[in-house]
Ligand binder design. Structure first.
Ligand code: ADP
Ligand code: MG
Length: 826
């Protein structure tokens, strides 16, 4: 057990302004608040492992605080260094440094490679990753496309960020270049970088694997250690009344991760007896750094503080946080593992052999090629792992859905949430797997006792399944009081921790230790295999590209289809409207007919003599009008296709009939005016003929007007009909064109799929061929071995025969004293 190493670093003042009433004084490993004339303020004095004043360089900070951890990481221990403090207190300056005074990360990277070169008895494989936690989302800084990554857990790998790019590196320059590109990615599309960097956490991670070069030593044991260098977000208090919107959300998430870190540290500092469950799962940061906090790691925290009087309260908060952190103890062990989790073991045998052959030679270009191959293999594995995780998530969501179905069909109306039921079934699976593994699930698979070596689990997480929900206080912006209380050791009330259930881990087949053969053919074979592997990778990339293109085309086609469908539905609506026009016209004609008949019957009622010419004329007008409207009505009910020309014709005929009827009416009216006047005088009833005439002519005008309107209406509707038909025809042509386009796209897609299948089968053939070749090589080696054993046996028997023969010759010589020629038997 060892305590976390905690240091405080005071930054130089930002300006030369005269100090206020108080100042921070650094004395050895103590920092205290003093009044201007030098009197210490009681109760505001803190001691730490190291306290660095404003004159201290990054080089000194590194030497005193981090160097030992870096050396331990190369030896196989996990290591973590944090920078904690309010914005502009010097966290990034400490971690990244300046051109003249490089920071901890830069120095650590160089130191790691220097140490490795000194350890000539071990071979190393180092990979790095660089991530950012912003708004409680994990983004990959080495590959911008990897955003919102998820944290997962497996027995083999412990806690890991799925889909995070890892790059195998061979020297410090390579790492520093990657870091630079990571910084560029972080700045990409960012308008206010200062705001972002003060609200995000960055984690630079190095995974170091090593094993002894001597193949006779316990060669199966690989040491795997992880180094985290963390630049935390600003720990300043966030006022409740933020700028709103995005700002508030960011503030909340920063607080969430930092508050969780504070909570974890406060719980851990309570001592093993009181601490209970540690809420690592409450934030991405604490979850990723779980082994570094109260676990298997050597950890240091540098708390940076600002000297300005205006920052006194923040500085006090930081110092209180640091005091709490000082009480945490960790239990760091060398991580020696026997499983296939070590990348060093998983990497292909050919590359290993090639590397061995190249060792000590000057073939730097080939070394670079091997590095590239190694990276390609790693990327393939990461991709596969990402797919596996996605599949796993899909499986889980399906299980959850099934669980919710179960719950909803529960007659008792249980109030279980879908997650609960999903978790329940997963829990069953988990229990099942425990029982299958004889309850020994948390020991490293296939580990065996190694003399003088401690085989450690990759992480010492709790075996309880599930998760710890966030307390309500965390879902809101944490207020200043809570924040200050946290720095003093306040612990939020958290539910018990539960772990996610174990998932089945796919182990790689163990690598046979085939002794390297030195003959030329073998070398050639390895070269061939390497080339084939490269070809297969190229082919795979090509296929991937093609597949992506197809997916894109397919998406475009779907878009086109959707447009088409919406256009068709518009067209259908229009067609429906057009179909309704004749019906409406028919209704209109019927109404007109009624009005017309009404008017004429009223007129007729005023005529006394039913046999008069006016009466006859009126009745004939009634007939014509009624038949006109009846025809119109009937015509409008005829299907639309035949209608247009018929309507036009009938309209013509009826118009002519109507106008001739009107003419007759008008002429007979003029002719009969005198006679009517006479007759009306004669009429016993008498009456006002003039008013009759007036009424009649008024009615006639109305009828004429109505007729005129009707004709106009008909014309308008005819035009509408014509236009709609035209539009219908254009849309139909468009539809045909789109249909053809879609068919051709379908054809292309199916052709591409066929090609894809063909290439896939070719690839499979190559892989099969490679496997056969490998097998053949192994057989060959086996035969060579047998042959050399037989050869040795023969040689031994020959030598013994030779010796026997010699001794017999000697004895013969001695017995017979006969001179024997020297050449015999040699
Ligand atoms: P943080 O990352 O905590 O927000 P920075 O590291 O960006 O703060 O520091 C803020 C400013 O102070 C920067 O301009 C930085 O160069 C300067 N600074 C911080 N610490 C030191 C130091 N120890 N010596 C010199 N300059 C410093
Ligand atoms: Mg910073």
């Amino acid at each position: 057990m060892e305590k976390i190493c905690v240091a405080v670093r005071l930054r130089p003042p930002a300006s030369q302004e005269s100090p206020g009433g108080t100042f921070w004084k650094v004395d050895e490993n103590r920092v205290s608040l003093h009044k201007l004339h030098g009197t210490p303020i009681s109760g505001v004095s803190y001691a730490f492992d190291h306290v660095f004043d404003e004159m201290c360089s990054n080089s000194r900070v590194y030497d005193l605080l981090t160097k030992d951890i870096i050396h331990a990481v190369v030896e196989g221990f996990n290591g973590t260094a944090f920078a904690y403090g309010q914005t502009s207190s010097g966290k990034t300056f400490t971690m990244n440094g300046s051109e003249n005074d490089p920071g901890i990360i830069h120095r650590a990277v160089r130191d790691v490679f220097e140490r490795i070169h000194m350890m000539s008895n071990r071979e190393f494989l180092i990979r790095v990753s660089y991530m950012e936690i912003y708004n409680e989302e994990i983004n990959d800084l080495l590959a911008v496309e990897n955003q919102k990554l998820q944290i997962h857990e497996s027995l083999e790998r412990g806690i890991f960020v799925a889909g995070l790019r890892e790059e195998i590196v061979s020297n410090a320059e390579h790492v520093l270049k990657l870091l630079e590109s990571g910084e560029v990615n972080r700045h990409f599309g960012e308008t206010n970088m200062n705001a972002r960097s003060s609200r995000s956490h960055t984690i630079f991670r190095m995974v170091i694997e090593s094993k002894e070069k001597d193949i006779n030593a316990s060669a199966d044991v690989v040491r795997v250690s992880v180094l985290n260098l963390v630049d935390l977000a600003g720990s300043e208090r966030i006022a409740k009344t933020g700028a709103g919107g995005v700002r508030l959300k960011e503030g909340k998430h920063i607080n969430k991760s930092l508050m969780s870190l504070g909570n974890v540290i406060n719980k851990l500092s309570d001592g093993a007896k009181n601490r209970g469950h540690i809420p690592y799962r409450d934030s991405k940061l604490t979850r990723i750094l779980q082994p570094a906090l109260g676990g298997n790691a050597k950890t240091s925290i540098i708390c940076t503080i600002a000297p300005e009087e205006v920052h006194i309260e923040e500085t006090k908060g930081t110092l209180q946080f640091a005091s709490r952190a000082k009480r945490i103890t960790n239990c760091a062990q060398v991580n020696e593992i026997l499983t296939e989790a070590a990348l060093l073991k998983r990497q292909k045998q050919e590359i290993e052999e090639l590397r061995k052959k190249l060792q000590g030679s000057h073939a730097e270009v080939l070394e670079q090629q091997i590095l590239k191959l190694r990276n390609d293999l790693l990327q393939n594995e990461l991709e596969r792992e990402k797919l596996e995780t996605e599949l796993e998530e899909e499986r889980k969501s399906k299980l959850n859905k099934l669980g919710s179905l179960d719950t909803s069909s529960d007659i008792g109306g249980s109030s279980c949430q879908p997650e609960d039921s999903g978790r329940h079934s997963l829990k069953e699976e988990f229990n099942d797997s425990i029982s299958k593994s004889g309850g020994n699930l948390f020991t490293t698979p296939s580990s065996k006792a190694v003399p003088n070596a401690f085989v450690a689990k990759r992480s010492n997480y709790s075996p309880l399944p599930g998760f710890s929900p966030l307390p309500d206080a965390f879902s809101n912006v944490v207020d200043e009081d809570t924040w200050m209380k946290m720095n003093k050791g306040y612990i939020a009330d958290l539910d018990s921790i539960q772990m996610t259930p174990a998932r089945k881990v796919q182990s790689f087949p163990p690598c046979d230790a085939t002794p390297g053969s030195s003959n030329e053919n073998h070398k050639q074979e390895v070269q061939d295999l390497k080339r084939q592997l490269e070809l297969a990778i190229e082919e795979r990339d090509d296929l991937k590209r093609k597949h992506e293109e197809q997916v894109r085309k397919h998406e475009e086609q779907v878009l086109l289809n959707n447009q088409l469908v919406s256009e068709i539905s518009e067209l259908q609506e229009e067609a429906q409207l057009i179909r309704e026009i004749p019906q409406k016209l028919g209704e209109c004609a019927a109404t007109c007919k009624d009005i017309y008949v009404d008017v004429l019957s009223t007129t007729q009622s005023y005529i006394c003599d039913e046999k008069s010419s006016v009466a006859k004329l009126l009745s004939s007008i009634t007939d014509i009008g009624t038949s006109l409207f009846a025809t119109l009505e009937a015509d409008f009910s005829v299907p639309i296709a035949d209608q247009k020309s018929q309507i036009q014709e009938q309209h013509k005929v009826l118009s002519e009939r109507l106008s001739s009827a009107v003419k007759i009416l008008v002429s007979s009216e003029t002719l009969n005016i005198d006679g009517q006047a006479r007759k009306s005088q004669e009429c016993a009833m008498g009456g006002d003929a003039a008013s009759w005439r007036e009424k009649l002519s008024n009615e006639l005008t109305t009828i004429k007007e109505r007729h005129h309107y009707l004709v106009k209406d008909l014309d308008y509707h005819n035009q509408l009909l014509k236009k709609s038909k035209e539009r219908y025809e254009t849309l139909e042509t468009e539809f045909q064109l789109l249909k053809e386009e879609r068919d051709s796209l379908h054809k292309t897609v199916s052709e591409s799929s066929e090609r894809l299948l063909l290439v896939t089968s070719q690839k499979e053939n190559i892989v099969r061929y490679m496997k056969e070749e490998l097998q053949r090589r192994k057989d060959l080696e086996e035969k060579i071995k047998q042959f050399s054993v037989a050869f040795c046996n023969r040689k031994t028997s020959l030598v013994s025969f030779h010796n026997e023969f010699k001794s017999k010759l000697e004895s013969l010589k001695a017995e017979n004293v006969v001179s024997v020629p020297k050449t015999v038997g040699c």
